[in-house]
Write a protein that binds this ligand. Sequence first.
Ligand SMILES: Cc1cc2nc3c(=O)[nH]c(=O)nc-3n(C[C@H](O)[C@H](O)[C@H](O)COP(=O)(O)O)c2cc1C
Length: 203
Amino acid sequence: MAKNQYLRGKMMEPSPTVQFEKWFQEILLTGTPYPEACCVSTLSPEGYPEGRMVLMKSFDERGFVFFSNRDSVKGHSLEGCPRASLTFYWQPLHRQVRILGEVELAATEEADAYFSSRPRTSQLGAWASLQSRPMKNRGVFEERLKKITLKFKGKKVPRPPEWVGYRIIPRKIEFWQERPNRLHDRFCYIQTSKGWKIQRLYP
Ligand SMILES: Cc1cc2nc3c(=O)[nH]c(=O)nc-3n(C[C@H](O)[C@H](O)[C@H](O)COP(=O)(O)O)c2cc1C
């Protein structure tokens, strides 16, 4: 690997997933709240980019997974254009990571496993919410929640079918490290037919 792929004396990992894992472990050590929070950007059918925060729940060589409602604005956008980007900002370490790629649905077993690990009230909330639809008032929502709570009383709350996992299969991942005087370091991993190519970028 070329010499300029060193960041503050440490060599960038050949695999962006391994590099991400290193940075993720480092931000976890700082105790920062929600280190897994990231902005997921999708493209609307009208061609508008739209971003909102989600929690990235797992990652490995296959990609980065978050969970959401398929019947949401982002869900509909992803149906029309299954491409997205994730942007993390880890302020205490002055770092940004940007990931972009194609999106696929995670296996139903993955969604089932994560849904069953959530607190019961969140599970009931997933059934009660008419995701991203206009709501007349809060009372209507609370009434729906009451009904759902009664419906599942004493029973395991199943995963609503529209509550799914999305996996972003990375095509490009950029690691950004703030340096004094805006002379930042940027490393971009780009997927090629021969594997990952790493490029240092001007800040
Ligand atoms: C820190 C944070 C984490 C969030 N995590 C999720 C998440 O993991 N999944 C999700 O669907 N929405 C999550 N949300 C709510 C979304 O930002 C958004 O309001 C919701 O998904 C509806 O988006 P849409 O109408 O654009 O589809 C989170 C919001 C915040 C502020």
